[in-house]
Design a protein around this ligand. Structure first.
Ligand code: DGJ
Length: 738
């Protein structure tokens, strides 16, 4: 997969699906040649570099060769201060205060498999399925080395990249900026897509045309954030869901990030992704090294849905814990929206019995079971049970849950501490915050210094004691505020704080997942504030959003699917009127939306009417019947809630004999057009599918994809039934070919 042309100093990573080609330029720096659909592995592609393009007044590297200017060449690891005026991959300051670097090629090495990254989540793969190229560069003056790692995965149009900086000199240097990925595209004829929003409306798809200058997304909140997801797509204007070019970059990281496209005055585009340089500065003493997080790059000509398939497959086989990929995720019920902080043992006993009767498999006790926590002002950090609510302790509650045949899960917010808590009194030095200034609260809480190994150790001990006492099956790991006054006493150079904090979070996750491998983690950050590949490496599912309103969820889940598979999206049915939007939607509609994720409930079963109870039992039966299809299948987006008045999507299993289709109409349509059909995707055109088990409805795959699946009569034509159906209609179709 990795082909090196020694003579031409050219590196070509290809697996028949993607080609990524770069070379050593005249000045020893790396130049980018190509990224796209696979090209012949034997080819020499050095002519892709536009050397002979002297621009008037441009800088030139060699006195006697004005044709070679860093302003006009396309680069792979662009440096600062040597004549390229676009944003660089790195800024490294030497002990004289010089911001100038010049990284030139030194050596390379090809290794089978995928090396791990020190202390960081990263993609994995065995020797037969991944190859890694390590290219070593050196700044001869500063004596600083840079190792670039490129891994290519058999059968996937995916390349991962990461960077390590090594101080080989005798004096310290400071890294001010270090992008994990940079490459220059030859044109700027792209639209940029990203997933942005806010709490309660995370990961809406945004689109803009690339223009000269910088267009970027990022976070400096200490988490990847609700607001921008560490994921950027560049697509051609003509690219649709199902055909055309698109490029996707993702970051295996959960902290501050920057992702950007810079279009220069010659309409070339530099794509960069890495730790956000704002507030970042890493000091490297002699012999020290710094490992930047890994980034993921994908290219497809099969449209946005094709891009999603590559990313989903990559995550499923090379990032998510394989045990959890294979194991069916439990249907859960979470008491948060049912009780908030207001529960006791008696209430929970009843809750558990009723949940069991509904067919739920896992009971999750959310916030409020510890310390003295009756609202969100106290007790974070005091991880022992609140005996006034649970007089017999958490172990006894767990026994009852297990005796009823359910699994047991608990909520933690390990990274936080309440100003009113025992922990803060005992260890004020463990709290992040300014010494001289006032400190900002967020949800009435402060942030613990996870950069401090003592804090990580304390949390590990506290959490593992509860895991053992209650024989836990599941943990929901929440994180409910952004980080302000980022000053930690444990850190010498404060520019290192944010990244060291993330390393502490990952360390805690690593210890817990290693020592309790049976535990299922669901990550959460006030809903979907840390829905990223860093978290996904440890927690195979994430609470997609605090917004459980099914109409809003159409957008949130649809947008999320652009970058992440269904098996990662926590999606629950909650009570109506919905607590976030006050909207009432039919139970059927709520279930039909929530099926497409890791399914569960977020309501009080004792408040259900008998017919709702029966309907929920049926929903759970239906979901568990199709669970492996939903978790493992290929997801196709059919109609977008961002464009159409309807939403539709479907999931198809590997042998294409089973499919499940969801169609949703949030607003009723008067006098709808006749013959409404939904064109399906991903089926086998020569197979005959039975629709919803009806012997009379047998349809060939080609008909279903070319002409479409007809919507039932009540949604077609000037039909009075359609008017009566009201808002929030949905249909789930099952296709089966025996
Ligand atoms: C925010 C989460 O997203 C909710 O689901 C819930 O766990 C609350 N925190 C509890 O405080």
């Amino acid at each position: 997969m990795i082909h090196v042309n020694d003579e031409m100093k050219q590196f070509h990573l290809t697996n028949g699906k993607i080609s990524y080609i770069f070379h050593v330029m005249k000045n020893g720096q790396l130049g980018h040649l190509y990224m796209g659909r696979a090209l012949h592995k034997e080819g020499d592609y050095s002519h892709f570099q536009a050397y002979d393009n002297p621009a008037p007044y441009s800088t030139h590297v060699f006195e006697d060769d004005p044709s070679f200017s860093l302003e006009t060449v396309r680069q792979e690891f662009p440096v600062h201060g040597k004549g390229d005026f676009r944003e660089p991959a790195s800024i490294i300051v030497d002990d004289q205060g010089e911001f100038i670097s010049d990284f030139v090629f030194k050596s390379f090495e090809v290794v089978e498999g995928k090396p791990e990254l020190d202390g960081l989540p990263a993609a994995f793969g065995d020797k037969g399925s991944v190859q890694t190229l390590k290219v070593s560069l050196l700044d001869l003056t500063a004596n600083v080395g840079v190792d670039l790692y490129y891994s290519i995965f058999a059968d996937l149009p995916i390349i991962t990249r990461s960077v390590r900086v090594v101080n080989k000199g005798e004096r310290s240097v400071k890294i001010e900026r270090l992008m994990s990925l940079t490459f220059d595209l030859p044109d700027a004829d792209y639209e940029m897509l990203h997933l942005s929003g806010a709490w309660g409306r995370e990961r809406h798809i945004r689109k803009r045309k690339l223009e000269q200058g910088l267009q970027s997304i990022g976070s400096i909140r200490g988490s990847s954030s609700h607001h921008h997801n560490p994921f950027l797509v560049l697509k051609r204007e003509e690219t649709t869901e199902h055909q055309g070019e698109s490029i996707g970059v993702q970051f295996i990281y959960s902290g501050n990030f920057l992702a950007q496209a810079e279009v220069d005055h010659y309409e070339t585009t530099r794509v960069s992704m890495g730790i956000h340089p704002t507030g970042f500065q890493w000091k490297l003493e002699p012999a020290d090294s710094f490992q930047a997080p890994e980034s993921v790059l994908s290219f497809t000509k099969e449209g946005l849905n094709g891009l999603s398939h590559s990313l989903h497959d990559f995550q499923r086989h090379h990032l998510i814990n394989q045990k959890w990929m294979e194991r069916e995720r439990p249907v859960l019920i979470n008491n948060w929206e049912a009780t908030y902080f207001n529960f006791n043992e008696e209430k929970l006993d009843q809750f558990i019995d009723e949940a069991k009767d509904l067919g739920v498999e896992l009971f999750v006790l959310d916030d409020g079971w510890f310390g003295n926590r009756n609202d969100d002002t106290t007790s974070l950090g005091d991880w022992y049970v609140d005996r006034s609510k649970l007089p017999n302790g958490i172990g006894e509650l767990a026994k009852k849950v297990k005796a009823s045949g359910l699994q047991f899960g608990l909520w933690f917010e390990p990274e936080m501490v309440s100003p009113e808590s025992e922990l803060i009194k005992k260890h004020p030095e463990w709290v992040i915050g300014s010494v001289a200034r006032s400190n900002t609260l967020g949800r009435n809480q402060r942030v613990l210094d996870l950069a401090n190994p003592e804090v990580v150790h304390y949390l590990y001990e506290k959490i593992s004691a509860i895991i053992e006492e209650s024989d836990l099956d599941y943990i929901k790991w929440d994180m409910n505020r952004n980080i302000t006054e980022p000053y930690a006493r444990s850190v010498r150079n404060q520019g290192e704080f944010f990244h060291r904090y993330m390393l502490g979070v990952y360390d805690l996750y690593e210890r817990l997942t290693t020592n309790y491998p049976h535990l299922l983690f669901e990550s959460c950050a006030g809903g979907g504030g840390r829905f990223d590949l860093g978290m996904m490496y440890y927690a195979p599912q994430a609470w997609t959003s605090d917004d459980t309103d099914a109409v809003e969820r159409l957008k949130i889940q649809y947008g999320t699917s652009l970058g992440y598979p269904l098996s990662t999206m926590g999606s629950h049915v909650s009570a109506v009127p919905n607590h976030q939007t006050l909207r009432s939607t039919p139970l059927k509609f709520r279930g039909d939306v929530a099926y497409f994720g890791t399914f569960g409930y977020e309501l009080d079963p004792s408040q259900l009417k008998q017919e709702e109870r029966e309907e929920i039992k049926q929903q759970i039966k239906f979901f568990t019947k199709h669970r492996s299809l939903i978790q493992q299948g290929k997801f196709y987006r059919l109609k977008s809630p961002f464009i159409d008045s309807e939403t539709a999507w479907m999931v198809v299993n590997e042998d294409r004999k089973k499919a499940l289709i969801g169609w949703y109409q949030p607003k009723n349509m008067p006098n709808p057009p006749g013959n409404r059909v939904l064109k399906l995707k991903g089926l086998d055109e020569s197979l005959i599918y039975k629709v919803n088990g009806h012997e009379m409805q047998l349809r060939y795959g080609d008909e279903l994809m070319e002409r479409g699946l007809a919507l039932p009569v009540e949604f077609n034509g000037a039909n009075h039934q359609a008017q009566r159906a009201g808002d929030c209609q949905s249909i789930i179709f099952e296709l089966r070919s025996d």
